[in-house]
Ligand binder design. Structure first.
Ligand SMILES: [Fe+2]
Ligand SMILES: [Fe+2]
Length: 324
């Protein structure tokens, strides 16, 4: 199915619900509740598939849509907060109609921009085949998308795919639970009415719906809180991991610089020892040379003295020979 046709069909379905709400009388609280619940479901699914597939794919393949996609995500974010408030609000509340009116204005503005600017650019750039494949993937994703708003959950891949799958599972389980609970309550009320002869279904049914709806809300709010906790824990783990890596790097630097300092000190101590040894060797050599020189001089002196004594002895002998 063509992706743009799929999204425009969703827009038309939501616009029909808006018109139905606008036509409802001031005190048509039950009808308004029903219509707003349908709007919440339709818009939650529609926003999810745009965020999971249409925006990421078009941002990646048609760069000119980047700013429009980012603006669309912010508009979705505001719409999801309003939807989450309407989900909890009593239709008789004095703020209910005003809130729905603001929601309708926001969504109509958003749809106008998507259909007037965003989609035509995508249609010009992506061929029929690509739009067909994207549309098929989106039609499949709609079957598994969250049916309630989760404004605190991530809205871009991969976070929205992971958290969206968990949120969708809880949404769909609580929807089934709400439906089953309402069915059981209605059946029980029919039995009571038959036994007592009084038709209490009309008066007590809204209480049953309210109970089932508030249980479902609590379950969904638990998943949102769990998603917040998981996201916070992941961020803490990331920060701790980064701090550990930093501290390991600093430790390694310190150890390296200590080792280098020790190596430098050892080398310089070694050099000092070598210098001292060389000097001692030089001194020893010099002293040995001095001793040798002194010995040579002593020998020379002894030799000269012996020569002198021999000469004198020879002279004395010749003088004695001559006088005899
Ligand atoms: Fe959108
Ligand atoms: Fe849309």
């Amino acid at each position: 199915m063509d992706a743009i046709t799929l999204l425009k069909d969703d827009h038309k379905a939501v616009e029909k619900l808006f018109k139905r709400f606008e036509k409802a009388g001031d005190n048509a609280h039950a009808e308004k509740r029903r219509v707003v619940d349908r709007i919440i479901e339709e818009l939650s699914i529609h926003a999810a598939v745009e965020e999971q597939l249409f925006y990421p794919v078009t941002r990646a393949t048609v760069p000119a849509t980047e700013d429009m996609a980012l603006e669309s995500l912010e508009e979705h974010h505001i719409v999801k907060w309003v939807l989450s408030e309407l989900e909890r609000m009593d239709p008789a509340d004095e703020r209910f109609d005003a809130k729905v009116t603001v929601l309708i204005e926001n969504v109509r503005h958003h749809v106008e921009e998507e259909e007037g600017e965003y989609f035509p650019q995508v249609r010009d750039e992506l061929g029929r085949k690509a739009l067909g494949e994207l549309g098929d993937a989106m039609a499949e994703a709609k079957k598994r998308a969250p049916t309630h708003p989760h404004p605190r959950s991530p809205d871009t891949p991969p976070g929205n795919i992971v958290v969206g799958a968990a949120a969708a599972a809880v949404d769909r389980a609580t929807d089934a639970f709400t439906g089953a609970a309402q069915g059981s309550l209605a059946a029980a009320q029919d039995v009571i009415a038959r036994v007592t002869g009084a038709n209490r279904r009309g008066s007590s049914s809204p209480n049953g719906s309210t109970t089932a709806r508030s249980s479902a809300r609590r379950a969904r709010s638990s998943i949102d809180e769990a998603a917040d906790k998981v996201t916070a824990a992941a961020e803490r783990a990331k920060r701790t991991g980064e701090a550990t890596v930093d501290s390991a790097r600093t430790g390694a630097k310190r150890t390296g610089s200590t080792a280098r300092g020790a190596a430098r000190r050892t080398t310089s101590a070694g050099k000092g020892t070598a210098t001292t040894a060389k000097r001692a060797a030089r001194r020893t050599t010099g002293s040995a040379r001095g001793t040798a020189t002194t010995a040579k001089r002593g020998a020379a002196r002894t030799k000269a003295a012996a020569k002198g004594a021999a000469t004198q002895t020879r002279r004395s002998a010749s003088r004695a020979g001559a006088s005899s």
